[in-house]
Design a binder for this molecule. Structure first.
Ligand code: UDX
Length: 436
C-alpha cells in the first residue's frame, strides 16, 4: 500500500520507516529541507536504536522517499498519517496549529478520496475539528475520512514497539477507513498483536488516559519512596511485592527523580486541561504533576545533605538524557538539576553517552560546566557523583576505579542503578531513592 507520512520527527520517522519495512511504499513529508537532504542520505537526525538500519533498507529498496512538498505527499497516496508536533501551550492545552495546517493543506490539494489519520497525540474530539477544517477548505466534492491511530511507542525502543505493539488502537467512522487500517496493520495482526477498533473520540482518549495512568504509577511509587525513606522500608522491594499482583504489574514502578520526556509531562497537562474544558476537575493528575515536580527538590536536598555546601565543589553528573537509549533531553530532570548546581557555585563535569550535544546547545560549556567524553574522566577528583539517567554503561562501570578516581567517594543515585550494600562494601557513601 502507498502511505504518506506528514512530519519527519520521532513519530513520523519511526512510523514511515516501519511501514516501509512492512512492505509499503512510503513518502515522508518534512518541512525542513536540510532534514530531508540528510534523510535521503540515510542519516537519521535522531538517535533511535534500529532506525538507521530501517531507513537504509527503505532507501535502498526505494520504498522510503522524502519530500518537503505537502502537495506531492497528498498526491502520493490515499492514506495520510499526521505525525506533526502538538506541543503544550502556556495554559497546558495542546497547540494544534500544525495539525490544522496539515488538514487545511490536504484539503486544498486533494482530488480523490483521502484517509487522514491522526497519529500525533491530540485531545479528544480533535478529529471533529480536522473534519470541519478539511470540509471548509475543500473546493471540490471529494470524499474523505478522518481516523485516529495513536502511537504508544517509547523513545529508545520505538522501532521495536512499533513492530511489537501491546495493542494497536484505531478509531474510525466508516467501513472504508476500517478496511484500509485493517489491511495496513495486517502484517502485525497476523502475528497475533491485538487491534482494537473504536470510534475516533475513544481512540483519542485512550492515548491520554494511558500516558496519564503511567505517569500516575510513577508519581505513586515516588511518593511511596519518600515514605520508605522516612520509615526504613525499601521501595524496590515494595515495588516488587506490589508488582506480583497482576492487577498492578511491576512495570513503571521504578522510583527515581521523576518522569520527563516529550510525552508524559505534556500529556498529563493536556489531560487536566481537557477535563477542565468540559467542567471536570482531574485533581488526581494535578497531584501527579506536583509529586513529579517535587522530585527535583528532594534530590537536591539529598545532594546538599551529603555535601553541606556546593560552592567550588567538583561534581560529576552521569546522565543528561530524560531516560536511557536516547539523546532526547526534553523535560529531563538534568535541565533543572544542573543549573541549580551551578547556581550554588558547584563546578560540574557532565557526561552522557548520547545527549551531550543537545544539552550543550542549551547550556554551553564554560569554566564551571565541563562536558567530558568519558564517564571516568567526569569523576576524576570529584567530590560527588550524581546519577541522573540509568544508562546500562553506568550499571556496568568499574566502580572500584571510580572510587579511586574520586576525591570523595560520595554517590547520589537518582535512578537506583546500584545496590546499596555493594556500594558500601566498595567504600562509597551512597544515597539513592527510597532505600536505606
Ligand atoms: C512514553 C510512553 O511510554 C509511550 O507509550 C508514549 O507513546 C510516549 O510516552 P517515553 O516518553 O519514550 O514513552 O518514555 P518512557 O519509557 O515511558 O518513560 C517516560 C519517563 O518516565 C522517563 O523520564 C522515565 O525515566 C520515567 N520512568 C519510567 C520512571 O521514572 N519510572 C518508571 O518506572 C518508568
Amino acid at each position: 500500500m502507498k502511505v504518506t507520512v506528514i512530519g519527519g520527527g520521532y513519530v513520523g520517522l519511526v512510523t514511515g520507516a516501519c511501514f516501509s519495512h512492512l512492505g509499503n511504499e512510503v513518502l515522508i513529508v518534512e518541512k525542513v529541507p536540510e532534514k530531508v537532504e540528510q534523510l535521503r542520505q540515510g542519516k537519521s537526525p535522531i538517535y533511535e536504536p534500529g532506525l538507521d538500519e530501517l531507513l537504509k533498507e527503505g532507501i535502498e529498496k526505494g520504498t522510503l522517499l522524502f519530500t518537503t512538498d505537502i502537495k506531492e505527499g497528498v498526491d502520493f497516496s490515499e492514506v495520510i498519517f499526521i505525525c506533526v508536533g502538538t506541543p503544550s501551550l502556556p495554559d497546558g492545552s495542546a497547540d494544534l496549529s500544525q495539525v490544522e495546517e496539515v488538514a487545511r493543506l490536504t484539503a486544498k490539494n486533494m482530488n480523490s478520496y483521502k484517509l487522514l489519520i491522526e497519529k500525533s497525540t491530540v485531545p479528544v474530539n480533535t478529529h471533529q475539528l480536522v473534519k470541519k477544517t478539511v470540509q471548509r477548505y475543500l473546493n471540490r466534492d471529494v470524499p474523505f475520512d478522518v481516523a485516529s491511530n495513536p502511537e504508544f511507542l517509547r523513545e529508545g525502543s520505538a522501532v521495536y514497539d512499533f513492530l511489537n505493539p501491546d495493542r494497536i488502537v484505531v478509531g474510525v467512522e466508516s467501513e472504508r477507513a476500517r478496511e484500509i487500517m485493517e489491511e495496513l496493520y495486517r502484517p502485525l495482526t497476523e502475528k497475533g498483536f491485538p487491534l482494537l477498533i473504536t470510534d475516533p473520540a475513544t481512540a483519542e482518549l485512550i492515548k491520554h488516559a494511558s500516558n496519564s495512568f503511567l505517569a500516575m504509577k510513577i508519581s505513586f511509587i515516588n511518593m511511596v519512596a519518600d515514605l520508605c525513606e522516612k520509615t526504613g522500608a525499601d521501595v524496590e522491594l515494595v515495588a516488587e511485592g506490589m508488582g506480583y499482583d497482576r492487577r498492578i504489574g511491576r512495570e513503571f514502578l521504578n522510583a527515581g527523580i521523576g518522569y520527563g520526556g516529550s510525552c508524559f509531562p505534556k500529556d498529563v497537562k493536556a489531560f487536566i486541561k481537557i477535563a477542565e474544558d468540559v467542567g471536570l476537575d482531574f485533581g488526581l493528575l494535578k497531584e501527579v504533576e506536583k509529586i513529579n515536580s517535587e522530585r527535583i527538590t528532594r534530590f537536591l536536598e539529598k545532594v546538599l545533605n551529603a555535601l553541606w555546601t556546593l560552592k567550588d565543589k567538583k561534581i560529576a553528573v552521569w546522565g543528561l538524557a530524560f531516560k536511557p537509549n536516547t539523546d532526547d533531553i526534553r523535560e529531563a530532570p538534568s535541565l533543572r538539576i544542573v543549573p541549580e548546581l551551578l547556581k550554588k557555585g558547584a563546578k560540574v563535569f557532565a557526561y552522557d553517552p548520547q545527549a551531550v550535544e543537545n544539552f550543550r546547545r542549551i547550556f554551553p560549556p564554560g569554566e564551571d560546566l565541563i562536558y567530558t567524553g568519558d564517564k571516568y574522566e567526569a569523576v576524576k577528583s570529584a567530590e560527588a557523583l550524581l546519577i541522573l539517567t540509568e544508562w546500562e554503561e553506568f550499571a556496568k562501570a568499574d566502580m572500584e576505579k571510580v572510587r579511586e578516581l574520586m576525591e570523595l567517594p560520595v554517590v547520589i543515585d537518582g535512578r537506583n542503578v546500584f545496590k546499596p550494600e555493594k556500594m558500601r562494601e566498595l567504600g562509597f557513601e551512597y544515597y539513592s531513592i527510597g532505600r536505606a
